[in-house]
Design a protein around this ligand. Structure first.
Ligand SMILES: [Mn+2]
Length: 471
């Protein structure tokens, strides 16, 4: 008991707690002390939030490709930290690149790749049985982690001691090991995005120990790799898309005058989670009336009225992969003549882009096609052309992030997954229309991943009325 009290007296938050909670915690801690943690099954200890991930060989192949691209030196990828302790709430979400190369969601992990030696080392924290009672069982260094990750060499992230031949040997922390490799004159490879990141700070702090540090940025290689979707990534993306299409079918039946935007949002989120999506890819946008013209409206608190249109831009995140699909619905189930006119121009712009979509064109090129189409059709109340009301991009890459890596100025290639999402937003008329679908670029064109969802004005009206899919 003495040991227990001493243990807690180091934690200020616990000291300030009421006596009752302290005694409850003491009871809990005594029970924790009787647990070794070793008896918790391995499948409970991955800390994973996802119900589906790629086979281990897939992550191994990506690490190998990154090593081949780097060629020498040391590649370091740092996973996201998690400092949650006793009683802290919140969630953990692994850093995207770290996940891409490992499939691992263990917090505070570090991956080191040594292309010269064809070596992969994963550093993960030693288990902490006490914290585990709050944040869940975890894999620590050991055989279980080797089989879960497919990485042979797994070490404790903070270093420590190991007993070999009856002698205690120090095990360096990942930083100590990294510095010793760099001091031998090896190059450091990092994925540096932007100008301000953890990796930038890491390079700066390493320069204090390794004055002649040579840093190579693998960001362009990363973009190149992440753009090219593997078959299994397409499988996961398609699943995210299918769940999102299901959500649209379900929420189309919720929309009617008097219903609040958040009820539509609720149906989307319900459908995502019901189908095993771990999260939303981005905050759902349910904008009706005037708010249909606000591109990233996410308050979703307005009551929808007869005569409104409502823009519903949603995406599930499944197995870390994002979907992003928009439909515009007439709140009372039928578009007015003017709404239908605008709707058909947006649809026509999307069709025009779909027709041209193939490798070689850039997203920038695609926008010109959409803009020219919109600007050549219809007018506003003052007789001006409608191009001025198409105020956003036509497309973005989609993958581990909803706005995934990749520039709008590079030529598209087979394996890219992108959106096509023209829109017209006329605040004076309280009419906003956006139609957004997802496409896989192929050698000779594209595949529409969201094809199963109604898209024309007639189909949308039918969906709202009958709840039937495309017919
Ligand atoms: Mn989008």
């Amino acid at each position: 008991m003495f040991r227990v009290l001493l243990f807690f007296s180091n934690i200020p938050r616990i000291q300030s707690m009421k006596h009752t909670s302290v005694s409850l915690l003491i009871i809990f801690v005594v029970s924790v002390f009787s647990l070794t943690g070793q008896d918790i099954p391995v499948e409970y200890r991955s800390g994973t939030y996802i119900v589906d991930r790629s086979p281990l060989e897939e992550y191994q192949k990506r690490r190998q490709e990154l090593m081949d691209r780097a060629g020498d030196g040391i590649i370091v990828l740092v996973g996201r930290g998690d400092d949650r302790g006793y009683g802290d709430v919140g969630t953990f979400s692994q850093e995207k690149n770290f996940f891409y190369f490992t499939g691992v969601e263990i917090p505070n992990a570090v991956l080191m790749l040594l292309p010269d030696r064809d070596k992969e080392i994963l550093f993960i924290p030693e288990r902490n049985i006490h914290i585990e009672r709050w944040t869940g069982p975890k894999l620590g260094p050991g055989e279980d982690a080797v089989s879960y990750t497919g990485i042979e060499d797994i070490r404790p992230v903070d270093g420590g001691e190991t007993v070999i031949d009856h002698r205690r040997r120090p095990v360096p922390s990942w930083q100590e090991l990294l510095i010793s490799y760099l001091q031998e004159g090896n190059r450091l490879h990092l994925i540096l995005r932007g100008t301000d990141s953890f990796e930038h700070d890491l390079a700066a702090s390493l320069r204090e120990s390794v004055p002649i540090l040579s840093v190579n940025n693998l960001y362009d290689d990363l973009v190149d790799m992440r753009r090219k979707k593997s078959d299994d990534e397409i499988r996961l993306l398609q699943k995210a898309v299918d769940i999102t299409l299901d959500a649209h079918r379900n929420l189309a039946r919720v929309i009617r005058p008097g219903v609040y935007e958040y009820e539509v949002e609720a149906m989307a989120k319900y459908t995502f989670r019901k189908n095993g999506a771990e999260d939303i890819a981005f905050p759902p946008i349910v904008g009706s009336g005037f708010f249909s013209t606000v591109l990233h409206y996410d308050q979703n608190i307005r009551q929808m009225h007869d005569g409104d249109v409502v823009v519903v831009d949603i995406g599930a995140k499944y197995g870390f992969y994002c979907a992003d699909i928009t439909r515009t619905y007439p709140v009372n189930g039928s578009f007015t003549e003017r709404q239908r006119e605008i709707y058909n121009i947006v649809l026509g712009a999307q069709e025009a882009v779909m027709e041209e979509l193939r490798p070689g064109l850039s997203i920038f090129d695609l926008r010109k096609i959409a803009y020219n189409y919109i600007d050549s059709q219809g007018t506003d109340k003052e007789g001006r052309s409608l191009g001025r009301y198409f105020i956003h991009g036509i497309s973005h890459f989609v993958g581990l992030e909803v706005h995934d890596v990749g520039s709008e100025h590079v030529p598209l290639r087979a394996g890219d997954v992108i959106t096509i999402e023209p829109g017209i937003y006329i605040p004076e008329e309280e009419i906003g229309v956006r139609i957004e679908d997802m496409f896989l670029v192929t050698d000779d064109g594209s595949i529409q991943m969201s094809e199963a969802l109604p898209r024309t004005a007639d189909e949308i009206e039918r969906l709202m009325k009958n709840g039937t899919a495309k017919q």
